[in-house]
Design a binder for this molecule. Sequence first.
Ligand code: HAM
Length: 415
Amino acid sequence: MIQAPRGTKDILPAQASQWQFVEGIFREITARFGYREIRTPVFESAEVFSRSIGEATDIVNKEMYVFDDRGGNKLTLRPEQTAALVRAAIQNGLAARGEIERLWYAGPYFRYERPQKGRYRQFHQFGAECLSSPHPESDTEIILLAAAVTKALGIDEFRLNLNSLGNKESRGSYREALVNFLYAAKEKLTEESQQRLVENPLRVLDSKAPQDIEACVGAPAILDYLDTESKEHFDTVCSILSECGIEYVINPNLVRGLDYYSHTVFEFQSTALGSQDAFGGGGRYNDLFQELGGKATPAVGFAMGIERLLLIIESLGKFPAGEKRADISVIVQDIRFSGTGNDIARQLREKGYSVLTDISRRSFKSQFREADKSGAAYSVVVAETELGQGKVLLKNMQSGEQREVLLSEIKELAL
Ligand code: HAM
């Protein structure tokens, strides 16, 4: 039997309704914040991501699906949306004159990671990006949007980690201080972190290995290296969040796995997830437009992993109950009446009801059983006696009550 590739999943109809629930909430909340949808290709030129996410990151180094197409173009299955969205904005002139663009997206993303619970090779995100504002109010708009989605999904308990990576200058002086500190403890670090110390020292802070965590105790904190502008920006973000009643934890070790960030970075975590505990994350990326050849455009955004959200909602038992397949089931006493049954279904569907008919030529009795299983609230029964009088029976499946309805009145039927 041919299996789906490792790290991918089929989303079967029973789960699809849960996906629709999560995606529906996201659409509703982004609309309340005035965000509009953008869709970009699933594959991009490889350099869109290597130039933006950073050559020294795990995503670019180890996890990208890169391939040459038949025309010799180097392409990548997108590992995330932000860089591709910026490419699209530059190409199509979005935010080109400094206009605010509020954008949302949802779709599949691809990373060649070691699959485990909550970590897949094809996974799905939704997210939002706010282009053109350099001000902390846009950082907090994005965080408030992410928090509103989380709450609307029924996830009341989560931890919001917050940090600032400052601007380029403050990050530069911090990097130097951190490297000096970590070099002194170099032998204690894992081999991977020793490598990172050379290529991408801030990422050492992010390591989950106990010996790295120990070696980082007492390391200089980036927040102590912020210049006045960066500090003011971060303080305003914190105070707006506090005024809005959003709880957060300042975590000076939060650096995120992508290199394009400056100033605010954040991550949403849940204890319901085990080791892959981050269900969302984001931050500000003021330099990304220029890195991809565009005009300097400040921006901030976030993305959430849909699979991880589904795991959390499942563990909390917060999915809406029962899946309804149809409003009405049409039941025919005899195969001779299937033409009439189908015509009734047609009229009811035109009225906007969802209607199931028997396509298995089941017995009268087992059609009733099926109607029960489908969760339909009503059934229309086409039987010989009533049909002789130009009527059918309308049965309330819950109470068992039934009444006669004239065939000529079907198209006016109100339930
Ligand atoms: P990210 O932290 O790499 O950020 O991914 C965001 C979320 O996607 C994660 O918190 C996680 O829930 C989910 N995710 C990531 N990798 C996997 C995987 N292999 N399997 C399952 N879920 C996964 C970004 O992608 C940034 N583009 C976020 C952003 C938007 N920053 C600014 N704007």
